[in-house]
Design a binder for this molecule. Structure first.
Ligand SMILES: C[S@@+](CC[C@H](N)C(=O)[O-])C[C@H]1O[C@@H](n2cnc3c(N)ncnc32)[C@H](O)[C@@H]1O
Length: 272
Protein backbone atom coordinates (compact mmCIF):
# COMPACT_ATOMS: atom_id res chain seq x y z
CA UNK A 1 0.00 0.00 0.00
CA UNK A 2 1.37 3.46 -0.85
CA UNK A 3 2.09 5.72 2.15
CA UNK A 4 -0.46 8.37 3.10
CA UNK A 5 0.13 12.01 2.17
CA UNK A 6 -1.52 14.77 4.17
CA UNK A 7 -3.04 17.38 1.84
CA UNK A 8 -1.76 20.85 2.71
CA UNK A 9 -1.08 24.18 1.02
CA UNK A 10 2.68 24.11 0.54
CA UNK A 11 2.74 27.85 1.05
CA UNK A 12 1.43 27.38 4.60
CA UNK A 13 4.85 25.86 5.44
CA UNK A 14 7.34 28.44 4.09
CA UNK A 15 10.37 26.74 5.62
CA UNK A 16 10.01 23.70 3.37
CA UNK A 17 9.58 25.99 0.36
CA UNK A 18 12.82 27.76 1.25
CA UNK A 19 14.75 24.55 1.65
CA UNK A 20 13.79 23.48 -1.86
CA UNK A 21 14.22 26.81 -3.68
CA UNK A 22 16.93 28.73 -1.83
CA UNK A 23 19.77 27.13 -3.76
CA UNK A 24 19.24 29.32 -6.86
CA UNK A 25 18.58 32.62 -5.10
CA UNK A 26 21.99 34.32 -5.48
CA UNK A 27 22.29 33.25 -9.12
CA UNK A 28 18.85 34.70 -9.83
CA UNK A 29 19.70 37.94 -8.02
CA UNK A 30 22.93 38.21 -10.06
CA UNK A 31 20.92 37.71 -13.25
CA UNK A 32 18.32 40.36 -12.31
CA UNK A 33 21.05 42.91 -11.60
CA UNK A 34 22.77 42.04 -14.88
CA UNK A 35 19.51 42.55 -16.82
CA UNK A 36 19.02 45.94 -15.14
CA UNK A 37 22.57 46.88 -16.15
CA UNK A 38 22.31 45.56 -19.71
CA UNK A 39 18.78 46.57 -20.78
CA UNK A 40 17.27 48.71 -18.05
CA UNK A 41 17.54 52.06 -16.38
CA UNK A 42 21.11 51.48 -15.15
CA UNK A 43 22.20 51.42 -18.81
CA UNK A 44 20.45 54.78 -19.23
CA UNK A 45 22.56 56.12 -16.36
CA UNK A 46 19.74 56.26 -13.77
CA UNK A 47 20.93 55.57 -10.25
CA UNK A 48 17.71 54.64 -8.40
CA UNK A 49 17.34 50.96 -7.60
CA UNK A 50 13.78 50.14 -6.63
CA UNK A 51 12.36 46.68 -7.29
CA UNK A 52 8.92 45.06 -7.15
CA UNK A 53 8.31 41.33 -6.78
CA UNK A 54 4.74 40.19 -7.49
CA UNK A 55 4.04 36.95 -5.54
CA UNK A 56 7.22 37.35 -3.50
CA UNK A 57 6.50 34.26 -1.39
CA UNK A 58 8.87 33.51 1.47
CA UNK A 59 11.03 36.51 0.56
CA UNK A 60 14.19 34.72 -0.55
CA UNK A 61 14.73 37.22 -3.42
CA UNK A 62 13.35 40.12 -1.37
CA UNK A 63 16.12 39.49 1.15
CA UNK A 64 18.83 38.90 -1.47
CA UNK A 65 18.09 42.19 -3.28
CA UNK A 66 17.61 44.19 -0.05
CA UNK A 67 21.07 42.96 1.01
CA UNK A 68 22.44 44.33 -2.26
CA UNK A 69 21.05 47.77 -1.48
CA UNK A 70 17.80 47.66 -3.48
CA UNK A 71 14.69 49.28 -2.09
CA UNK A 72 12.29 46.34 -2.30
CA UNK A 73 8.53 46.00 -2.37
CA UNK A 74 6.73 42.68 -2.71
CA UNK A 75 3.25 41.29 -2.38
CA UNK A 76 1.70 37.86 -2.11
CA UNK A 77 -1.66 36.21 -1.45
CA UNK A 78 -0.33 33.92 1.28
CA UNK A 79 -0.24 35.38 4.80
CA UNK A 80 2.15 32.64 6.11
CA UNK A 81 4.60 33.34 3.28
CA UNK A 82 4.48 37.09 3.96
CA UNK A 83 4.95 36.52 7.74
CA UNK A 84 7.95 34.34 6.99
CA UNK A 85 9.39 36.97 4.65
CA UNK A 86 9.01 39.66 7.34
CA UNK A 87 10.69 37.42 9.93
CA UNK A 88 13.64 36.71 7.67
CA UNK A 89 14.09 40.43 6.96
CA UNK A 90 13.91 41.26 10.68
CA UNK A 91 16.47 38.57 11.45
CA UNK A 92 18.80 40.04 8.82
CA UNK A 93 18.24 43.64 10.00
CA UNK A 94 16.76 44.55 6.60
CA UNK A 95 13.59 46.29 5.51
CA UNK A 96 11.12 46.03 2.61
CA UNK A 97 7.52 47.03 1.91
CA UNK A 98 5.54 43.77 1.95
CA UNK A 99 1.78 43.63 1.52
CA UNK A 100 -1.04 41.23 0.73
CA UNK A 101 -2.41 41.46 -2.80
CA UNK A 102 -3.14 39.30 -5.83
CA UNK A 103 -1.23 39.23 -9.10
CA UNK A 104 -4.52 39.75 -10.93
CA UNK A 105 -5.41 42.97 -9.11
CA UNK A 106 -2.82 44.97 -7.19
CA UNK A 107 -1.70 48.53 -6.73
CA UNK A 108 2.05 49.02 -6.35
CA UNK A 109 3.45 51.27 -3.63
CA UNK A 110 5.30 53.72 -5.82
CA UNK A 111 7.34 53.42 -9.02
CA UNK A 112 10.20 50.98 -9.55
CA UNK A 113 13.06 50.49 -12.04
CA UNK A 114 12.84 46.68 -12.01
CA UNK A 115 10.16 44.03 -11.42
CA UNK A 116 10.51 40.27 -11.57
CA UNK A 117 8.52 37.09 -11.20
CA UNK A 118 10.47 33.87 -11.67
CA UNK A 119 9.97 30.10 -11.24
CA UNK A 120 6.65 29.88 -13.19
CA UNK A 121 4.68 31.80 -10.57
CA UNK A 122 2.99 33.84 -13.33
CA UNK A 123 1.19 30.66 -14.41
CA UNK A 124 -0.99 30.86 -11.29
CA UNK A 125 -2.88 33.56 -13.17
CA UNK A 126 -5.41 31.33 -14.88
CA UNK A 127 -7.28 33.57 -17.33
CA UNK A 128 -5.98 35.53 -20.31
CA UNK A 129 -7.64 38.77 -19.25
CA UNK A 130 -6.07 38.45 -15.79
CA UNK A 131 -2.66 37.77 -17.32
CA UNK A 132 -3.05 40.96 -19.41
CA UNK A 133 -4.24 42.89 -16.33
CA UNK A 134 -1.21 41.62 -14.39
CA UNK A 135 1.24 42.76 -17.06
CA UNK A 136 -0.51 46.12 -17.40
CA UNK A 137 -0.38 46.53 -13.59
CA UNK A 138 3.37 45.84 -13.55
CA UNK A 139 3.86 48.30 -16.44
CA UNK A 140 2.03 50.98 -14.41
CA UNK A 141 4.42 50.37 -11.51
CA UNK A 142 7.53 50.76 -13.70
CA UNK A 143 9.25 53.95 -14.73
CA UNK A 144 9.72 54.32 -18.49
CA UNK A 145 12.65 52.10 -19.51
CA UNK A 146 12.13 49.89 -16.43
CA UNK A 147 12.17 46.11 -16.83
CA UNK A 148 9.88 43.21 -16.00
CA UNK A 149 11.83 39.92 -15.89
CA UNK A 150 9.35 37.07 -16.13
CA UNK A 151 10.42 33.41 -15.98
CA UNK A 152 8.18 30.41 -16.55
CA UNK A 153 7.89 27.02 -18.24
CA UNK A 154 6.17 26.62 -21.56
CA UNK A 155 3.91 23.61 -22.02
CA UNK A 156 4.29 20.79 -24.51
CA UNK A 157 0.82 20.22 -25.86
CA UNK A 158 1.87 17.10 -27.74
CA UNK A 159 3.05 15.25 -24.66
CA UNK A 160 0.56 12.67 -23.47
CA UNK A 161 2.48 11.34 -20.48
CA UNK A 162 3.01 12.60 -16.98
CA UNK A 163 6.42 14.13 -16.25
CA UNK A 164 8.25 13.89 -12.95
CA UNK A 165 11.00 15.87 -11.22
CA UNK A 166 12.71 15.07 -7.92
CA UNK A 167 14.84 17.25 -5.65
CA UNK A 168 16.46 16.58 -2.31
CA UNK A 169 17.37 19.46 0.02
CA UNK A 170 19.03 19.31 3.43
CA UNK A 171 19.49 21.75 6.29
CA UNK A 172 21.21 20.29 9.35
CA UNK A 173 19.14 17.29 10.43
CA UNK A 174 16.19 18.24 8.23
CA UNK A 175 15.79 16.58 4.84
CA UNK A 176 13.13 17.46 2.28
CA UNK A 177 12.52 15.18 -0.68
CA UNK A 178 10.32 16.90 -3.25
CA UNK A 179 8.57 14.97 -6.02
CA UNK A 180 6.74 17.06 -8.59
CA UNK A 181 4.44 15.40 -11.06
CA UNK A 182 2.80 17.20 -14.00
CA UNK A 183 -0.12 15.88 -16.01
CA UNK A 184 -0.33 16.51 -19.79
CA UNK A 185 -1.62 20.02 -20.48
CA UNK A 186 -5.20 20.52 -21.59
CA UNK A 187 -4.75 22.46 -24.83
CA UNK A 188 -8.37 23.58 -25.09
CA UNK A 189 -8.77 24.84 -21.51
CA UNK A 190 -5.16 26.08 -21.31
CA UNK A 191 -4.71 24.39 -17.91
CA UNK A 192 -2.30 21.84 -16.46
CA UNK A 193 -2.37 19.96 -13.20
CA UNK A 194 0.74 19.72 -11.03
CA UNK A 195 1.14 17.79 -7.80
CA UNK A 196 3.97 18.29 -5.37
CA UNK A 197 4.73 15.70 -2.72
CA UNK A 198 7.15 16.45 0.09
CA UNK A 199 8.69 13.90 2.41
CA UNK A 200 10.20 15.84 5.29
CA UNK A 201 12.38 14.17 7.90
CA UNK A 202 12.92 16.36 10.95
CA UNK A 203 13.97 15.44 14.49
CA UNK A 204 13.77 11.77 13.55
CA UNK A 205 10.10 12.10 12.50
CA UNK A 206 8.75 11.91 8.98
CA UNK A 207 5.95 14.03 7.52
CA UNK A 208 4.46 13.42 4.07
CA UNK A 209 2.52 16.22 2.46
CA UNK A 210 0.85 16.78 -0.88
CA UNK A 211 -0.24 19.97 -2.67
CA UNK A 212 -2.19 20.12 -5.93
CA UNK A 213 -2.04 23.10 -8.25
CA UNK A 214 -3.57 24.20 -11.52
CA UNK A 215 -1.49 26.36 -13.87
CA UNK A 216 -2.27 28.25 -17.06
CA UNK A 217 -0.44 26.86 -20.08
CA UNK A 218 1.50 28.71 -22.77
CA UNK A 219 3.41 27.79 -25.87
CA UNK A 220 5.67 30.34 -27.58
CA UNK A 221 2.89 31.51 -29.93
CA UNK A 222 0.52 32.07 -27.00
CA UNK A 223 3.18 34.07 -25.16
CA UNK A 224 3.68 36.29 -28.21
CA UNK A 225 -0.08 36.82 -28.49
CA UNK A 226 -0.29 37.85 -24.83
CA UNK A 227 2.61 40.28 -25.27
CA UNK A 228 0.92 41.87 -28.30
CA UNK A 229 -2.10 42.60 -26.08
CA UNK A 230 0.10 44.60 -23.68
CA UNK A 231 1.79 47.24 -25.85
CA UNK A 232 3.15 48.99 -22.75
CA UNK A 233 6.00 46.47 -23.01
CA UNK A 234 8.68 45.91 -25.61
CA UNK A 235 10.14 42.38 -25.53
CA UNK A 236 13.90 42.99 -25.54
CA UNK A 237 15.44 39.57 -24.84
CA UNK A 238 14.80 35.96 -23.86
CA UNK A 239 16.99 33.75 -21.67
CA UNK A 240 16.39 30.45 -19.91
CA UNK A 241 16.64 29.02 -16.41
CA UNK A 242 20.42 28.59 -16.69
CA UNK A 243 20.53 32.42 -16.33
CA UNK A 244 23.57 32.40 -18.63
CA UNK A 245 24.13 36.03 -19.70
CA UNK A 246 26.08 34.90 -22.76
CA UNK A 247 23.31 32.63 -23.99
CA UNK A 248 20.27 34.66 -25.01
CA UNK A 249 17.81 32.56 -26.99
CA UNK A 250 14.81 32.89 -29.29
CA UNK A 251 11.29 32.72 -27.92
CA UNK A 252 10.25 29.41 -29.48
CA UNK A 253 9.17 25.96 -28.36
CA UNK A 254 12.62 24.33 -28.68
CA UNK A 255 13.18 24.60 -24.94
CA UNK A 256 10.53 24.83 -22.25
CA UNK A 257 12.03 27.25 -19.71
CA UNK A 258 11.94 30.90 -20.77
CA UNK A 259 12.91 34.12 -19.03
CA UNK A 260 11.41 37.12 -20.83
CA UNK A 261 12.94 40.55 -20.46
CA UNK A 262 10.22 43.16 -21.03
CA UNK A 263 10.93 46.90 -21.09
CA UNK A 264 8.36 49.61 -20.50
CA UNK A 265 7.93 51.83 -23.56
CA UNK A 266 7.74 55.61 -23.38
CA UNK A 267 4.17 55.59 -24.69
CA UNK A 268 1.96 52.93 -26.15
CA UNK A 269 -1.54 52.75 -27.54
CA UNK A 270 -3.59 49.75 -26.36
CA UNK A 271 -5.12 47.68 -29.17
CA UNK A 272 -8.86 47.99 -29.81
C1 LIG B 1 6.60 29.42 -6.35
S1 LIG B 1 6.25 30.65 -5.12
C2 LIG B 1 7.32 31.91 -5.68
C3 LIG B 1 7.73 32.86 -4.62
C4 LIG B 1 8.85 33.82 -5.01
N1 LIG B 1 8.49 34.67 -6.14
C5 LIG B 1 10.13 33.09 -5.29
O1 LIG B 1 10.67 33.21 -6.40
O2 LIG B 1 10.59 32.38 -4.39
C6 LIG B 1 4.67 31.17 -5.61
C7 LIG B 1 4.03 32.22 -4.73
O3 LIG B 1 2.92 32.75 -5.45
C8 LIG B 1 1.89 33.07 -4.53
N2 LIG B 1 0.66 33.19 -5.31
C9 LIG B 1 0.01 32.21 -5.99
N3 LIG B 1 -1.02 32.74 -6.65
C10 LIG B 1 -1.02 34.06 -6.42
C11 LIG B 1 -1.83 35.14 -6.85
N4 LIG B 1 -2.85 34.94 -7.68
N5 LIG B 1 -1.54 36.39 -6.42
C12 LIG B 1 -0.50 36.60 -5.56
N6 LIG B 1 0.30 35.61 -5.11
C13 LIG B 1 0.04 34.35 -5.54
C14 LIG B 1 1.94 31.94 -3.52
O4 LIG B 1 1.31 32.32 -2.30
C15 LIG B 1 3.44 31.73 -3.39
O5 LIG B 1 3.97 32.48 -2.35
Amino acid sequence: MSPRFETIDWYDVPRYYDLVFDEDTEREADFLEAMHARFGRAKAGAGARRVLEPACGSGRLVEALARRGWSVQGFDLSAPMLDHARERLDAAGLDAALYRASMEDFRARGRVELAHCLVSTFKYVLRERDAEAHLAGVARALVVGGLYVLGFHLSEYDVDQRTRERWVARDGDTEVVCNIQSWPPDRRRRLERVRSRLRVTEDGRERRTETNWTFRTYDARQVRRLLRAVPEFEHVATYDFTYDLDAPRELDDSQLDVVLVLRKRAAARRPG
